[in-house]
Ligand binder design. Sequence first.
Ligand SMILES: [Ca+2]
Ligand SMILES: [Ca+2]
Ligand SMILES: [Cu+2]
Length: 329
Amino acid sequence: MKRSNAIGRRICWLVIMAGLAIFSASGFAAGSAAATAITIVDQNGRVVPNTPPSTISQIYDVTVGPNGMFVFSPDPVTISVGDTVRWTWASNNHSVTSGPPCTADGQFCSPNDTNCSAGTLSNIGTVYEHTFTQAGTYSYHCAAHCAIGMRGTINVESAPMAQSAFSRKVHGGAGTFDVPLPLTGNVGVECRSGGATNDYQMIIDFATSVTVGGAVLTSGTGSVSSFSVSGSEVTANLTGVTNVQRITVTLMNVNDGTHMGNVPVSMGVLVGDVNGNATVSAADVALTKSQVGATVSGSNFREDVNANGVINSVDVAQVKSTVGTALPP
Ligand SMILES: [Ca+2]
Ligand SMILES: [Ca+2]
Ligand SMILES: [Cu+2]
């Protein structure tokens, strides 16, 4: 009994240590990514939001010459801007050479994207990858077997453009009010508190109806608790969104029938920044005081910092408590 307990404990420790090793490995990766981040300022010295990559890239596999057949499989392949195609040779003496059949146009080619006109042939086991950064239709072929039909097509689609985005809160009985979240340039600043569990709701509108594969918080602290799509409007419910940070929610695989890709939307979270200039100062306190007792409307809802439908001393106190905080770069 004792002995089996000791063994059990040892196994338990091994599991914990393996877990720690994985955890610290991922922690290190995150740390080094943060260390390489750069801060860019505009002509007025204001920090330009750290825009994340427009897509979270995926890898699509294509087999070159499966079962000795002179084909690329699958074909055609449809991907999004930023995705990578990975070709793996299943038989000998083939190339991946971009261009209208059957001439090289030099856009990409195996084995290393150089001297495409040579039509270098590779053998079984070769792996060649190319990342597509521009939307378009890309034809390619095997330099040795194009004439007998060994050709392929990669369709690279760009993501649908979001038309507008908002951070939405219900202010008690006063109504629902939205903080605009610009899709380019400086981030919109959400100045209202998220309540006990730091909840926010992001609304993203497209020009036409869309389908959405998922919604993920791709930068910052918090998570997407649920999302829904109604026609052209996507609603993402967020929770655990801490104060004083920038977050990015990425809608994955948004498809409007002609475009497909990931759509990121960023937001600054700075409770008490009622004038939205990315710092909380005496000016925010004064602005909130000036609206005490006023009916909450589209022009002063930011001063209802706790979003309960009235502007009073509780809101003033909340703004005062955050004076000195600022949105990080
Ligand atoms: Ca401010
Ligand atoms: Ca209030
Ligand atoms: Cu070939």
